[in-house]
Design a protein around this ligand. Structure first.
Ligand code: 2M8
Length: 452
């Protein structure tokens, strides 16, 4: 810890960083939510809003609740929380693929607002719990009472309609649902999706106008992304019979760790809203057990996604494999090997570390330090792993990681992601969750509490 008891070191820098983070969030605030980036991602994104709410709770708690509640107003009748809620005030073409591509208004059970039909990792219950814990009040309790049934419905959707493999884990139907869209973990299942890069001539990609094309997915990747969405959309975004007709079906360790963490968070929230925490604890235990049984590979000591179309684990050792560490009930043998994986040369966690975790195994042949999710460091996954280290008695390593994260943003600013070796800022220069999670780290005291 620094002299003033925070991870950031002496006070002046903390103030400067806090001001930078608040200014970034303020600049991205848009009437009832915060955009991830004004240029690259000008609408509301699901898991971004969860991370961003954690940050708002430190400075303007009412915005944390508005952020979450505006997102959940777009929840579908089946409980899914869409990964993008489109801002109707923005011009056509502000983002690709936009509302006209998703055509949510044609799907049964979609809300009045235009949304995508996919989901993202369910980090929202954890965000609601942390926002409440940070700033408890009558208003916060009232917001929790409104959100609780919606959070429960979100979990029910994932546990039932997305239990495609039948083993109690949620299945993601698109790389975009994982949040780590371009991860090497998705290369093998994506390669099996028939597509031709030439179809992208019919569309206008918006991302490559705002970020270096060499840092973004290729046109062939996008052709496949578009083909998977088209398949899901043509089926009305229904989840029945997916194995027979859908080209991408994967059980992801981070997504399911988020679902388990959500049940732990709901078990904390339940007594505050007059509900029974017991069922949440039971469901959390079942998710952890299924994660270990289905996605833990004893030969690597880490978690790996399972491709439901081949039935096999995906061998790439990405940062996704460390995500189950956030579960407080992860058994000790698995927690130990995952910490060892985090501390290996692949990811480099240490008491003193020059740079935060990369998104992919540094020693892998397909590690790309500049291309998004294929090597660069991201604040949200680093924050996630830090929570896991804290929860499993490794406050020492959690502190090393937090210092490297704060140091990175102190030098480069609130970028979307960072070069894993040089620390140079990449992607959007004023990114929501980077600012929000920086605020969360800066608020840490000498003895940070586990998140759940
Ligand atoms: C990125 O994903 C979007 C598609 O959802 C994109 O590339 O256009 C990812 O980093 C995702 O995790 C994130 O939620 C989103 C907005 O920040 O951007």
């Amino acid at each position: 810890m620094g002299d003033n008891g925070t991870v950031a070191g002496p006070g002046g820098d903390v103030e400067r960083l806090r001001r930078l983070a608040v200014a970034t969030l303020e600049a991205n605030w848009e009437h009832d939510h915060t955009v991830p980036s004004r240029t690259l991602y000008p609408h509301q994104w699901s898991w971004d809003s969860a991370f961003i709410a954690i940050g708002w709770a430190h400075v303007r708690p009412e915005r944390a609740w508005r952020e979450l509640e505006s997102l959940f107003r777009a929840q579908w009748a089946d409980g899914r929380v869409p990964h993008i809620v489109f801002n109707p005030r923005l011009p056509v073409g502000a983002y690709f693929p936009g509302p006209e591509f998703w055509a949510s208004e044609r799907a049964e059970g979609a809300p009045a607002a235009a949304t995508s039909g996919l989901v993202q990792p369910p980090v929202h219950a954890l965000a609601a719990w942390l926002a409440y814990r940070r700033a408890p009040s009558n208003a916060a309790r009232a917001a929790l009472r409104r959100l609780y049934p919606r959070l429960v419905a979100q979990q029910r959707y994932l546990a039932t309609r997305r239990n495609v493999g039948g083993a109690g884990l949620a299945c993601v139907v698109h790389p975009w649902e994982s949040g780590l869209d371009n991860s090497p973990a998705w290369d093998a299942p994506l390669a099996a999706v028939p597509a031709d890069a030439a179809v992208m001539r019919a569309y206008h990609r918006h991302d490559t106008a705002h970020a270096a094309p060499a840092h973004r997915p290729t046109d062939l990747d996008y052709a496949r992304y578009v083909a998977i969405v088209a398949s899901y959309r043509e089926g009305g975004y229904r989840d029945e019979d997916l194995p027979g007709r859908h080209p991408f079906l994967v059980e992801c360790p981070l997504f399911n760790a988020a679902a388990g963490a959500a049940e732990h968070a709901l078990a904390r929230i339940a007594p505050l809203v007059g509900a029974d925490p017991g069922p949440h604890r039971d469901r959390a235990a079942r998710i952890t057990e299924a994660l270990v049984r289905r996605l833990y590979d004893p030969s690597t000591g880490t978690f790996q996604p399972r491709d439901l179309r081949t039935g096999r684990l995906i061998p790439a050792r990405t940062v996704l494999g460390l995500a189950p560490l956030i579960l407080p009930d992860l058994p000790t043998p698995q927690a130990r090997t995952v910490v060892a994986e985090a501390c290996s040369a692949r990811f480099g966690v240490a008491l003193r570390m020059a740079r935060p975790l990369p998104s992919h195994d540094r020693t892998a042949a397909d590690f790309e330090p500049l291309r998004y999710w294929r090597g660069p460091s991201w604040m949200n996954v680093n924050w996630w792993v830090r929570c896991g280290l804290l929860g499993h008695g490794r406050a020492d390593l959690a502190e090393g990681l937090a210092r490297s994260m704060v140091g990175l943003v102190a030098t480069a600013g609130c970028h979307e992601y960072f070069h894993p070796d040089t620390g140079a800022g990449l992607g959007s220069p004023a990114f929501g969750w980077t600012a929000a999670l920086l605020l969360d780290l800066l608020a840490e005291t000498r003895e940070p509490a586990p998140v759940i």
